[in-house]
Write a protein that binds this ligand. Sequence first.
Ligand code: ADP
Ligand code: MG
Length: 602
Amino acid sequence: MTIRLLPSTTVNRIAAGEVVERPASAIKELVENSIDAGAKRIDVIIRDGGRTFISVTDDGCGMSPEELTLAVERHATSKLPDDDLENIHTLGFRGEALPSIGSVSRMSITSRVHDADSAWLVAIEGGEKSEPSPAALSQGTTIEVRDLFYATPARLKFLKTPKTENSHALDAIKRLAMAHPDIAFTVGDGSRTMLKLPQAQGDMLSARLDRLDAIMGNEFAANALAIDAEREGLHLSGHIGLPTLSRGNAALQFLFVNGRPVKDKLLFGAARGAYRDFLAHDRHPLLALFLDIPTESLDVNVHPAKTEVRFQDAGLVRGLIVSALRHALAEAGHRASTTVSNQALGALRPETAVPQSYQGNYGSNQNRPVMPSAGLQETAREFHAPLSNLDTALSVNALAEDQIQEVSDDWPLGVARAQLHETYIVAQTDNGIVIVDQHAAHERLVYEEMKKALAEDGIKRQGLLIPEVIEMDEGAADRIVARSDELAELGLVIEAFGPGAIVVRETPAMLGEIDIHGLINDLADDLAENEEALSLKERLADVSATMACHGSVRAGRRLNGDEMNALLRQMEVTPHSGQCNHGRPTYVELKLADIEKLFGRR
Ligand code: ADP
Ligand code: MG
């Protein structure tokens, strides 16, 4: 056995194994270098998914011939002037990317420092480096990489199709571009442009929203809530989507830490926590969050690819994200995303059939977020359905002229005009129509009210004049009685009443007059299904939904004008009332302008 130091080309190829996993990672490293060089414009060309050709051109600070020679040496960097790993402000710092890429490809770097007489070129092929020679370039740096991985055939075999590699590359560039709206980007294959992002104008926040709009789609920008929160020297900003604009996966959740795109489970967990009340567990919100954190509280030196970080205090970061998101969602009040009304209009438009499923309907178009619209589709289908029984006329409950209130700017959900099918409240605003699903809305209001009451002074109860005795099978009665303390906290006071019966003495006041038998039976069923330890408070969304079902505003109950308007006003002041407990919308707003378009009036 002979121990020996490996030659530098082998060392670089070993490093390349980690730094350059695939063409997208080489492109990411090169673009990061351009950003670190202060570029205001970065142009990328990718052929065959980056396998045969990559070029990255920038207008940054450039390199002198001496710097060029050094730049391709291992561990040569201009970014750690004080050797201080605690204090990193650049994307790069390891001095590994260029030598790694150069050891597995044919690379050339042409560069010119500001006001130098000429540009210089250094070529490196499979790790063999040339002397700098004069070249032509007006400013900045161009790096060309040909035949990536030709020197490491094993890696070459693992590459996916050019199309897949290309989309990884685009993703990597987009992530960097989101964090740097002041830089213009183009990506093409030499003949076709794949991405073109002009330099975003205005202050940081509006420039950033512009850039997010261009990358995540304008539905995101139109339905985003701004985040701005600070805690113990950490600053969190960015934008998050309304719950009604969600997706089936977390692909559109982005976290940037000190301008660096990072992949961190912490973000996904925090997002799930913050949105838990508003989304079914298989739906994911859209987010782009930017965390600024003192460099000494952060370790970016975790992995050669630099996409992971460690936080000194992960709990603090998580807490900041969850509370900032919750706060923003609460402020959003009754707002539901514009996609809700757009999709309703799409469904109503006679010439366009209702898509079977909105989910995944946009194919590979990553930029089109979709919402869970099962409820909405049903609504739409009902609108579409021919009136099957002529009795339907009976279920129109139109308010008389003298019952209709005056439309006011203070009431974004308008004034009630009618109730249809004992389920939908139709209200008029000064420039549109609002249709409320009274059941879904009421369910949400009950939930929010219970949450609030539990947090404050408890849920108010109202005593029954005559306590109600309910008979049920013994097992069910026992299950209910076993939870009587918890139920009392939620406003429902019950006691055992011999075997197989309970007596109800008080009910939650907020529910008004309720169908007690139905409620108790349903609660007993709920408890049977979820016998394990989950407390009723943890299942508040379900419990309140069950309670709301038996309250006075359930679907199928006729409301008078005052009740309808009371529901609208309550929705306006209740946080999160734009969606039901599962993220479906509780109302749809149709603007007159859109309705006019529907009828070809515009
Ligand atoms: P790191 O980015 O970690 O410093 P790299 O191997 O990526 O390591 O780059 C080495 C050095 O080359 C950088 O520190 C920088 O000084 C120089 N460099 C690389 N790309 C550029 C560029 N596009 N413009 C100016 N300088 C660059
Ligand atoms: Mg670098």
